[in-house]
Design a protein around this ligand. Sequence first.
Ligand code: QAP
Ligand code: CO
Length: 170
Amino acid sequence: MSILDICIYPDPVLRHKAETVEEIDEDILRLIDDMAETMYNAPGIGLAANQVGRPLRVLVIDLQREESKNGLIALINPELVSGRGEVNYEEGCLSVPEFYSQVKRFEEIVVCALDRKGEKVEINADGLLAIALQHEIDHLEGKLFIDLMSPVSRDIFKRKWKKKLKEEKE
Ligand code: QAP
Ligand code: CO
């Protein structure tokens, strides 16, 4: 397994619509393993394939992280089937380091996908898992949590990011 480089905003790959996985071959299984290792190392609780420069419909989530490595969820071709209710949560993203903002999401969702064996799975989620799934599925559509912020928060973000890029150049 290897740790992959995480693409940072505004890397254009983060805006690509990820392609459907047609066949779960060795390359896809290796990608899942590498994404999991990259997420644990980051550290993060979720990662979409776009974020490691591979615009394919693959995501990993582990809300428990260190406590046990049994919490890993790896989904292929995930789809948001339905959503209800509304929650606000302060989100962050490994591709937008050190920036956090309140974002509105569905409170409860149903997602269907394939697992790494190619079996169909249906996930009924609420709480943090529902938020993480919506965040990662958005990545596969080329969407980022900063797109969902209020206009005022977006202005703050843009100013902060410009400043950060300028400081890095110095
Ligand atoms: C997506 O996010 C998510 O800025 C996963 O400096 C967000 O793992 C799921 C991270 C909210 C559920 C709720 C962010 C690490 C990690 C940073 C992450 C940072 C270091 C973000
Ligand atoms: Co993210």
